[in-house]
Design a protein around this ligand. Structure first.
Ligand code: FES
Length: 168
């Protein structure tokens, strides 16, 4: 089992972005039905998974998250028509960017969950927590794990071009 620098067993910090209409309600259902799932996940409710700006994910990692869960309505069930398809495209792009940064893409997970799928939500959170635990601490903001440091990565195109101009 991975340990932290102070020899404590590693407890991963996972940020979960959930859609208000489906996956957040699935988490709520799991809670009201007293289904136990790993307490490592901190949920943030968005109105739709399509609201997920990729910078939310990178900021979560930069601020200490070891894993990020993105969860929304099943394809075809989005309350805003097709926004979860847009999120799906962003998810694949984010995985590629993470790999480029030296971060395991498996630290980002996508989960479709309807409001009635509290048991599936709980089971997937448990599974993901164990997967992230096996990967070990990320410590991206501190330059850990061999990854490029968070502070050295521009998060917006304008920052990127300004830095390129300075370097030129
Ligand atoms: S409303 Fe749930 S993913 Fe769009």
């Amino acid at each position: 089992m991975a340990e932290t620098t102070d020899n404590q067993p590693f407890e991963p910090v996972i940020i979960g972005f959930t859609c208000n209409w489906c996956s957040y309600r699935a988490a709520d259902m799991a809670g009201t039905a007293r289904m136990k799932y790993a307490p490592n996940v901190r949920l943030i409710r968005l109105m739709c998974s399509g609201r997920l700006d990729p910078t939310f994910v990178f900021k979560a990692f930069a601020n200490g998250a070891d894993g990020v869960l993105v969860s929304g309505c099943h394809p075809g069930d989005c309350h805003y028509l097709n926004q979860n398809y847009k999120m799906l495209r962003r998810y694949h792009l984010m995985q590629r960017v993470l790999a480029q940064l030296g971060i395991e893409p498996e630290r980002l997970k996508l989960l479709w969950a309807s409001a009635a799928e509290g048991a599936i939500f709980a089971e997937e959170v448990n599974k993901f927590t164990e997967e992230v635990r096996a990967l070990g601490p990320l410590q991206w903001g501190k330059g850990g794990n061999g990854a490029q440091t968070a502070a050295s990565v521009p998060l917006t195109p304008s920052q990127h071009s300004t830095e390129a101009e300075v370097a030129a």
